[in-house]
Write a protein that binds this ligand. Structure first.
Ligand code: 13P
Length: 254
């Protein structure tokens, strides 16, 4: 049976109170029978760190749901003002962590070597990494998409044994499609997903999941997910309204 992940990246939105209210509305309005997800479907929430505990607590006992952190620093503890570590995220209830999101790479100057260290820290804390990769518009137009994505995979994952790689989910998020209203076509996304899948298989991970992200909305989610190369979606803007997100999950999960 096909497994599909619906991942919501709230970015810098929704404090603890708002997060609790969001989840209440989500469960009321998503019309999931008994609040349960269809078989084979998972919903992951990536709230800002201050709301992680509220979200994790609201999801306790709900199968198929998990809370994750948007970012962690690679050291487990110490004098790193403003950062959170993977063990701290886990203590707040996180079970997954985004690594190398394009906003981390392009707005905060995160380099490939940082994603490698962060990914190690996430695995060390027994959390599930969701590694984000993707090219800029200039890189796509220069025909370098697969080179860039492969370089990002090599840097973060290239030296890991297959057992560790199996824990990793990859999200292909072309930078030019994030927050722009311009999504990749299912065909374009599938081409890159195939290359990522091949790379993972060559490194011993045959069953890793690959999500697509970048301007996914209620309008285009079904068309994108009809492409079997996509094991799910990672959604920013369209995940911020609980009713819209509930509808997106309910209408495309079936
Ligand atoms: P949008 O869905 O707002 O384009 O954001 C995508 C994203 O960055 C998810 O991580």
């Amino acid at each position: 049976m096909r497994q599909v992940v619906f991942a919501a990246n709230w970015k810098m939105h929704l404090g603890p109170e708002e997060a609790r209210a969001y989840l209440k509305t989500f469960f009321e309005r998503s019309r999931l029978p008994d609040g349960r997800l269809p078989e084979g479907c998972e919903v992951w929430f990536f709230p800002p760190a201050v709301s992680l505990e509220a979200v994790a607590q609201a999801l306790v006992g709900r199968s198929g749901f998990l809370a994750g952190a948007q970012n962690v620093y690679w050291e487990p503890k110490g004098a790193f003002t403003g950062e959170i570590s993977a063990p701290l995220a886990a203590a707040a209830g996180a079970r997954a962590v985004l690594v190398g999101h394009s906003e981390r790479r392009h707005r905060f100057g995160e380099i490939d070597a940082d994603t490698e260290r962060k990914l190690s820290a996430v695995l060390e804390a027994q959390l599930l990494p969701l590694l984000c990769v993707g090219e800029t518009l200039a890189e796509r137009e220069a025909g370098n998409t697969l080179d860039v994505v492969t370089r990002q995979l090599e840097a973060a994952l290239g030296r890991r044994p297959p057992a560790a790689l199996q824990q990793v989910t990859v999200a292909y998020e072309p930078v030019w499609a994030i927050g722009t209203g311009r999504n990749a076509t299912p065909r374009d996304a599938a081409e890159v997903h195939r290359a990522i899948r091949r790379w993972l298989a060559e490194h011993g991970a045959k069953s890793s999941r690959i999500l697509y992200g970048g301007s996914v909305s209620l309008k285009n989610a079904a068309e994108l997910l009809a492409e079997r190369e996509l094991d799910g979606v990672l959604v920013g803007g369209a995940s911020l309204d609980p009713a819209t997100w509930g509808e997106l999950v309910r209408s495309t999960a079936a």
